[in-house]
Ligand binder design. Structure first.
Ligand code: NZQ
Ligand code: ZN
Length: 386
């Protein structure tokens, strides 16, 4: 097991009607910026619940944060926050609203004259951030309990991420009932995203992490069991609660401590979103099976463990079991209505080359848990899913 530090200070408030408790967690004297997305919260009653909880507080609103939040939109929020003397940020939404707000939180605390995009390029260090607290409306990213943020720049078609303990939320409110209004597509995306988060931290190289493995397998198990129920009965509280908590646990740092992590499926997937605007989870559903197939030597031992413990695959040669395990994973994603082939998005061979070249141009040329992913391997992984 690798050495590790573990620090997760996010206070989770989970369950029915918990938005009403918001006022207990907000600093009384704060000037609050309440941020949200394209308006789903106005249609499902969440906006009213938040507005009611904010009675008596000094706050203004910023709306219109898009899926795959853009630097351009967040810089509009930046100008408003500076002008209005905002001291606390309250994102209400899915991963995009929360991620955009984390970037804003870090940008607002930079020294005068420093270009905030540098945070995402890795050229500007985050040394402090404005405090934020979240109301989550979409189980998927784990952003509500981690320090990660992914932001896109429209003008350059870049999608980059940063991580900092300073942007971890002070609290996150998770009421499964607010997810009842999610469309099928977002529920399916959320399940796939959380599933692949576990895989990036678990389906790597054995590293004497039996407890972390069991936690990871537990999250996968609950996601698989809840999936058909939440897909068919959006208002099933018990299934939604289990899905929501699993998605948070998939990426709050616990399952990866001491383990060897990959994240190459995300790195490649982000390029597909940046180039073609494909939903984050859908890019992962294409890339992961190709990654497992092409990198079966690196991932082989863990694929066999995952295949046996999650899908009950124990017969056949090593390669046969790996093939059967990949087929089960693909079947699971497809059962949610999430395509796993590039052709489903009209993408062809030139896409494989383009993605490899874009990563190479940014110097991303040896990545993955074994540092074995070169531009040629990126091409192979994508070509495997044409
Ligand atoms: O914008 P509104 O109108 O609110 O609608 C949203 C949006 O259109 C809608 N929605 C959210 N909650 C709803 C709802 N509709 C009905 N009822 C509700 N309760 O869902 C749509 C998608 O929302 P979005 O926030 O974009 O989805 P998600 O949570 O999947 O976030 C995706 C973003 O997170 C990043 C992704 O790259 C992508 O940019 N990620 C962030 C990570 C992190 N911070 O740790 C890790 C992930 O790997 C991921 O990269
Ligand atoms: Zn993800």
């Amino acid at each position: 097991m690798n050495n590790f530090n573990f620090y997760n200070p996010v206070s989770i408030i989970f369950g029915k009607n918990t938005i009403a408790e918001l006022s207990k967690h907000l600093p009384q004297d704060a000037k609050i910026l309440f941020l949200y997305g394209g308006g789903s919260i106005k249609r499902n009653g969440v906006y009213e619940q938040v507005a009611k909880a904010l009675k008596g507080f000094d706050y203004i609103e910023f709306s219109g944060i898009e899926p795959n939040p853009s630097y351009e939109t967040m810089m509009e929020a930046y100008e408003i926050a500076k002008r209005e003397g905002i001291t606390f940020l309250l994102p209400v939404g899915g991963g995009s609203v929360i991620d955009g707000t984390k970037f804003l939180a870090a940008a607002l605390c930079l020294p005068e004259g420093v270009e905030p995009w540098g945070i995402l390029q890795g050229t500007v260090e985050v040394k402090q951030a404005m405090p934020l607290g979240c109301v989550l409306t979409l189980p998927a990213t784990g952003s509500e309990m981690n320090g990660n943020s992914v932001v896109s720049r429209k003008s350059t078609h870049e999608k980059l991420s940063f991580g900092s303990p300073f942007v971890m939320p002070k609290f996150s409110i998770l009421d499964p009932e607010v997810c009842f209004s999610l469309p099928d597509r977002q529920i399916a995306n959320g399940i796939v995203d959380a599933f692949v988060h576990v895989m990036e931290q678990y389906l790597t190289i054995p590293n004497n992490t039996p407890l972390q493995d069991l936690w990871a397998e537990g999250v996968l198990r609950v996601l698989i069991d809840s999936a058909p129920v939440v897909m068919n009965e959006h208002q099933n509280y018990d299934a939604m609660a289990n899905f929501m908590w699993s998605a948070t646990m998939a990426l709050n740092g616990i399952i990866s401590r001491g383990a060897i992590e990959d994240w190459s499926t995300h790195v490649i997937g982000h390029e597909l979103t940046a180039l073609y605007g494909i939903d984050h989870a859908r890019t992962l559903a294409m890339v992961l099976p190709g990654n497992m197939n092409v990198r079966r030597t690196v991932k082989g031992d863990k694929i066999l463990q995952y295949g046996e413990r999650i899908w009950g695959i124990s017969k056949g040669s090593k390669d046969e079991r790996i093939d059967a395990t990949i087929a089960k994973t693909v079947e699971f994603f497809e059962s949610l209505g999430v395509p796993t082939r590039l052709s489903a998005y009209d993408l062809k061979k030139d896409t494989c080359e383009k993605v490899a070249q874009r990563l190479a141009a940014r110097g991303v040329v040896h990545f993955g848990e074994a540092g074995d992913i070169t531009p040629e391997v990126v091409e192979k992984i994508l070509a495997n899913r044409l």
